[in-house]
Design a protein around this ligand. Sequence first.
Ligand code: NDP
Ligand code: MG
Length: 387
Amino acid sequence: MTLTVSVLGATGSIGRSTADLLDQHRDRFRVGAVAGGRDAQALARVARELNAEFAAIADADAGPALRDALAGSGIACGAGPSAVIEAATRDADLVVAAVSGAAGLSPTCAAIRQGRTVALANKESLVCAGDAFMRDAKKFGARILPMDSEHNALEQSIGTGRIDEITRMTITASGGPFRTATRERIAAASAADAAAHPTWSMGMKINIDSATMMNKGLELIEAHHLFGIEAERLDAVVHPQSIVHALVTWRDGSVTAGLYVPDMRVPIAHCLGLGERLTIARGKPLDLAATGSLTFERPDEERFPCLRIAKAALAAGAAQPTVMNAANEIAVAAFIAGTIGFYDIAALVERACEHFAARFSTAPADVEEALAIDAEVRSWSEAALAA
Ligand code: NDP
Ligand code: MG
């Protein structure tokens, strides 16, 4: 049987790894829709490579370029946010949600409201509107498959076990490029320094989030929603080799863990397989003897305050994760643009969380409300940075 797969964020880091696997297993998959943000040429290339039925680009101005680039291919296309929603809601057995940032919220939500099976890479959607997302998934009968490496490893480590028998879920962090750097050195870091990730090859935004360790904070919140587990049973540990991605501790003291080489194609293949294991051509097998040692350390929340801030947002609940995520996106964009320093990211996020704590004192009731909060916090953050 051929499965139809749509890929949102098809030109990004996760999108390209997904495309590689879809290409390797052409007998198994047909590609429904692909969607991208602005780069019409890259989107047309992936649409042609995968012989997609439909290509959507979020930037309405890029529509003519996409149409030209797809001329003669027989691939239908559209531009603007509504075209991306069309890509998300077209008939498909699996929708890969790999748009970066809060821009992924609406299309991911639209796929969920169609009751689709969604392989979720876009962690910001759960951080921004986790309760609403999980409620919608239940209401519309959608399945969410965790594609983020740690959550995929958690899912595999849980297997058929019961969540109430788990005493702790631990996700690992590589520690990023500044794991051993002094605070002074980190404070002076440029976006290029921060983007030099030691173990993973990823998009720019998540690279910076890894350097600040906000990524681990986002992932703790993501785990909380995906597995319905409270903050007290969640934990993050630094593991520089990025081989063990997550560990589940059971009440009898047993620990099950998810291990694999740091290649996102492994968790992506696990999602695409829908219960069957896919082979990965050109995949490197895990060789523990060659790795030599696996080491673990506690994260340093002094040098990496974003992790502390994210844990506090998770514990506080309400709209704090939504506020935190929006302020973080603005701060990371400013850091990439070179207008603020590394520790200004944490400072802005913390200020935003304090500023909005009283104003947004309940969790967003739905994705629309989450997006409204997101928009308000973004404008406040931009104004705060400009002041
Ligand atoms: P990238 O920045 O590499 O890619 C983002 C993709 O989203 C691009 O295809 C981009 O297109 C597209 N896009 C941007 N805005 C829109 C929009 N409004 N509508 C449709 N498409 C849009 O990001 P990554 O692949 O690194 O990450 C994607 C998500 O997966 C993030 O949420 C990240 O946190 C998560 N993730 C990533 C991992 C990784 O290894 N990279 C690991 C685990 C999770 P364009 O370039 O044209 O703008
Ligand atoms: Mg991850």
